[in-house]
Design a protein around this ligand. Sequence first.
Ligand SMILES: [Zn+2]
Length: 284
Amino acid sequence: MKKAFAPVLMSALFALSGVALAQGEAKRSITKIAGDLYRFQNNFHFSVLLVTPDGIIVTDPINADAAKWLKAEIATRFGKPVKYLIYSHDHVDHIAGGEVFAETATVVAHAQAKRDIIDEKRPTAVPEITFSDELTIELGGKTVELSYLGRSHSDNMIVMRFPAERALYAVDFIPIRTLAWKNLTDAYIPDWMDAIARVEQMDFDILAPGHGPLGTKADATAFRRYMNELHDQVIKADRAGKSLAEMQESIRLEAYADWGNYDKHRALNIEGMYNQVRLHRRGN
Ligand SMILES: [Zn+2]
């Protein structure tokens, strides 16, 4: 997701609390998800960490300040070094600051993420281990399974399954009871829906996203249905010769009116899907 997210919501937070936080002060916490799996929050971004007797597996570092805080907290709470650092995808708002852990950790990501990190000069540690489809990491008798499920919100997005904890960490491509981000930035349609369908085939109960509260597998199904409905309605309207402005007026997606960002992102989601549909219909 884009950087604008945090400032907008932060100012809403100030207005609600009536207290001006010091500039740069972040909302950070570590909370247990299940067993030895924990959730790390930095403002509106989340990652997860797995604690094992032989060290810690950390996922998205978020940014350098967040990573420094997390590193110190891990030392205090668990007294173990970070042995692996795994990136969900190449986007800078999730993976900046990886260098904070580089002294003790092996950095892991999808092969295409590594290419983007180098080409785009992302401010983070360059991955040392990459893979294309699947990779299982074992540490201290604990396991995390990494899978690439095809293109979705990016072309290098992986999911991380923690079998003992029955949890899946999936970032940016399965918002929970929330519309997709803005105009589906960087989206690949219809591969995105296929990637979610693959998530639904996986064995887990808890869905840990990169933004917002925890969910379940049912939330993945609900979001895929939302994307399918958006796709179907836009394609139907496009075939009927409707303009984008007409679609934004007529496609209401009312079944999702109680979801997060419905008022803010409905018209933008339609615009994003319209661009995707036009892209695929080009040449017809
Ligand atoms: Zn992203």
